[in-house]
Design a protein around this ligand. Structure first.
Ligand SMILES: NC(=O)c1ccc[n+]([C@@H]2O[C@H](COP(=O)([O-])OP(=O)(O)OC[C@H]3O[C@@H](n4cnc5c(N)ncnc54)[C@H](O)[C@@H]3O)[C@@H](O)[C@H]2O)c1
Length: 436
């Protein structure tokens, strides 16, 4: 059944891929994002993938009708205001504490040599849609791309007025709540900012949902809520014990949502605990877009491969694992996105609160990932072994059986697909920097 879904943080890495899958499933999507860690061009690229399928430029649609909120929609694809516009944002990008056993590599000047295959996705019939014309846009309010069913509100999730206007303009059936800050290291340095943004943002969202009579929510939680010294595979009932403020915001939000659902029977809550998202959309035009030096393993490997970073540092090769490097549960971001659509589809049949791991159930070592990436890009990825990083677990992976049982969902894309798609995205970025 077609629904209208509010996706907070929908311009970000996981949110943007989820928007693509929601649109493909026939839903209407309203994105709310303050673009603090994403670019508005992501909206354009979501619309280009969803509005026309792979390989065709997005038809231009202009809808001059005012929305219910009185804001003129910009009935067009979402273009960056100027070809060189870059959205300023904090340099730290995401790192999951249960994630990657590596450190930020030494940055080097961007390598001017051309990539081997240029911009187009490798080995597929996909052709990247041409950039659309620059489009004037309002600085606030609701922008729409009616052709694709995608709408965008540039606002902070803590802004009650913006939320009320959005709920007044669109009859929202359910919310997927991605908006949040996600850097573990940054959360240790700036805990109040993290509690304010993540917990405060969720409180503001839930209050607005209640005012608007919307009671369905899927929340982006994280494997960081599990106790670091626990024994993998992690099941939903494994011991909890986040080791940093970021993880604690996730656990607090889980508890807030659980208390809310217990207080009133109309609420339905799905808490999705992600393991280590990686990869990109197979079109090559959507993916993780870290600013500054990336913190997650896959974008780091990818930037080393393309020559933007000199080498990878692998923290520790003396763990009790087959090759001595840390083992994590990498999940293709499109599998993760599909998991959200499955959660929405099942939400009426699920209990008031469901907690589900989204992972593959398979551990992959840092060096295994590096080798797979080298196969995908056809060039070496230089790395050096550095000492272990304090607090890193040796092995972390999920038991995803509960999600399979409850949602009929399981991850289907393997490590080679993650590397191939991440590399395709890396190449596209290198060639289309001006469009980002
Ligand atoms: N990427 C991971 O490794 C990972 C793992 C587990 C959980 N998560 C969670 O999944 C969610 C999405 O992660 P991601 O990797 O896509 O991150 P991301 O930074 O790419 O996306 C988050 C989006 O939320 C927006 N945002 C942040 N604060 C906001 C606010 N106050 N108001 C409006 N928009 C705001 C950002 O601009 C960004 O577009 C986050 O909540 C994150 O904690 C991520």
């Amino acid at each position: 059944m077609k629904q209208t879904i509010l996706v907070t943080g929908g311009a970000g890495y996981i949110g943007s891929h989820t928007c693509v899958e929601l649109l493909a499933a026939g839903h209407e999507v309203v994105v709310l994002d303050n673009l603090s860690n994403s670019r508005r061009s992501a909206l354009d690229r979501i619309a280009r993938i969803a509005g026309c399928g792979l390989g065709f430029p997005l038809p231009v649609a202009v809808d001059p009708r005012p929305t219910a909120s009185g804001v003129e929609p910009v009935g067009r694809s979402f273009s960056a205001p100027s070809p060189v516009a870059v959205n300023p944002r904090p340099t730290a990008s995401g790192v999951e504490p249960v994630g990657d056993s590596f450190s930020a590599p030494t940055p080097v000047a961007v390598n001017p040599r051309p990539t081997t295959s240029g911009v187009e996705p490798v080995g597929r019939s996909f052709s990247a849609p041409s950039p659309v014309a620059v489009n004037p846009r309002p600085t606030s309010g609701i922008e729409s791309n009616p052709e694709s069913g995608l709408h965008f509100v540039e606002a902070d999730v803590r802004d009650a007025g913006a939320l009320d206007a959005l709920f007044a303009a669109h009859r929202i059936d359910a919310v997927i709540h991605f908006a949040g800050l996600k850097s573990v290291g940054e959360s240790v340095q700036q805990p109040l900012r993290y509690y304010d943004n993540n917990v405060g943002g969720t409180l503001a969202l839930l209050a607005a949902m209640r005012r608007a009579n919307v009671h369905r929510i899927v929340f982006s939680s994280s494997a960081t809520v599990y106790a670091g010294d626990g024994q993998p595979p992690f099941r939903e009932d494994s011991a909890l014990g986040p080791a940093n403020p970021y993880g604690r915001t996730k656990l607090m939000i889980e508890q807030i949502l659980t208390d809310l659902a217990a207080s009133a029977p109309e609420w339905k809550v799905v808490l999705l605990r992600y393991f280590n998202p990686a990869g990109a959309h197979e079109s090559g035009i959507l993916g993780e877009d870290p600013k500054g030096i990336p913190n997650n393993l896959m974008p780091c490997v990818s930037q080393v491969a393309v020559g933007r970073l000199a080498q990878l540092e692998v923290f520790g090769n003396d763990y009790p694992t087959p090759d001595g490097t840390g083992v994590r549960d990498y999940i293709h971001v499109v599998d993760l996105a599909v998991g959200h659509v499955a959660a929405l589809g099942a939400i009426e049949q699920l209990p008031a609160v469901s907690t589900l791991n989204l992972g593959t159930g398979r551990g992959v070592s840092v060096l295994e990932l590096v080798k797979a990436f080298e196969r995908a890009c056809g060039r070496p990825v230089p790395y050096r072994i550095a000492p272990r990083r304090p607090g890193d677990a040796a092995v972390n992976y999920s038991d995803p059986a509960e999600a399979a049982r409850r949602l009929g969902w399981r991850a289907t894309r393997d490590l080679d697909a993650m590397c191939r798609d991440a590399w395709r995205w890396q190449q596209w970025q290198a060639q289309h920097a001006a469009e980002l």
